[in-house]
Design a protein around this ligand. Structure first.
Ligand code: HEC
Ligand code: HEC
Length: 263
């Protein structure tokens, strides 16, 4: 055999070996890495939405129900296990986020249900909540950037409610807005962290309350709104979304005192 044909055979052999080697590398290394990369990118977008709309009820750690601050169910698998809840199924998660759970505080988020979120937002949220453990560090980073978070505001509210002077019901009521998670659903410009969009804005409620129900003063109407949320439904909102919160008479009277100052 001459040198040329030896070289030819070697070159062919090399090529023949390289094709499957590339295939193997592509299948085992490149494609999964690309898939993981897309998963992270989707989850990261989901996290941005979670921090904006979901953290107020499901918590910064996905722990859900930590009364009185968070009122959603746990989404983090660690806390789900503690409560004996099954792993979140992507299809159930998608439907729950899009349509909400009627009769509970979980609102419908899909634009088809008059919510704020498009299908792709919901898809990214599902990617995040069903891959919680691998995306958790990204959530922590995002929360650290978005200070003051609802969590910080909630904790500050609990502390402020405890510290508010006994002779200042308005200050106590203001602190209770975040301490009792009214802020998860209502926006009040003068209360940091009260940026919820599930219920009506309460700016000016001290005035509008007097016009809601014939025969009720502003004070009576606000009292009733908190004690019996289903007694009257503000136009454009859904009956039964505002929960009957376990508040003492003293807390309700402080909340009313504060809300009446919002003229
Ligand atoms: C105002 C409070 C509130 C907000 C805001 C909220 N949730 Fe919920 N969520 C709840 C409650 C309460 C439940 C439990 C409903 C029930 O009892 O079935 C729930 C349930 C869920 C479930 C189903 C859990 C399970 O185990 O079946 C998912 C998933 C979920 N929420 C995701 C989200 C996402 C994503 C967002 C943000 C777009 C969000 N939630 C915003 C209160 C809230
Ligand atoms: C899970 C969401 C949610 C939470 C938490 C919540 N609300 Fe509401 N709230 C609503 C919704 C939705 C409405 C409008 C529907 C209705 O009238 O029942 C409403 C209505 C009201 C109204 C009547 C507003 C008006 O313009 O007539 C008042 C006052 C009020 N809420 C106060 C509170 C206070 C105080 C808290 C905390 C102790 C609270 N809410 C907690 C969802 C919520």
């Amino acid at each position: 055999m001459d040198k040329k044909s030896v070289f030819g055979i070697l070159a062919t052999l090399l090529l023949v070996l390289m094709v499957p080697a590339y295939g193997l590398w592509d299948g085992l290394v490149r494609q999964p890495a690309a898939k993981e990369h897309f998963l992270d990118a989707d989850a990261e977008r989901g996290i941005a939405t979670y921090v904006q709309f979901c953290v107020a009820c499901h918590g910064p750690d996905g722990q859900g129900r930590v009364e009185p601050q968070y009122i959603g169910l746990p989404l983090n698998p660690v806390y789900r296990k503690q409560l004996g809840l099954a792993t979140l199924d992507p299809d159930v998660a998608r439907k729950t986020i899009a349509r909400g759970r009627p009769g509970t505080a979980m609102p419908a988020w899909s634009t088809e249900e008059d919510g704020d979120l498009k299908d792709y937002h919901i898809r990214d949220l599902v990617t995040f909540v069903t891959n919680w453990e691998r995306s958790e560090h990204l959530l922590k980073e995002s929360l650290a950037e978005h200070a003051p978070t609802h969590a910080a505001a909630g904790a500050a509210g609990v502390a402020a409610a405890a510290a508010a002077p006994a002779d200042d019901p308005v200050a106590r009521g203001k602190a209770l807005i975040t301490a009792q998670a009214c802020s998860a659903c209502h926006t009040i410009s003068s209360v940091p962290g009260a940026v919820g969009a599930v219920g009506p804005k309460l700016n000016g409620v001290g005035t509008t309350a007097a016009t809601r129900k014939p025969g009720l003063t502003a004070e009576q109407y606000i009292q009733e709104s908190i004690r019996e949320p289903t007694a009257y439904t503000v136009q454009g909102f859904t009956t039964g979304v505002m929960p009957k919160l376990p508040l003492t008479d003293a807390q309700i009277s402080d909340l009313v005192a504060f809300l009446l100052t919002l003229k």
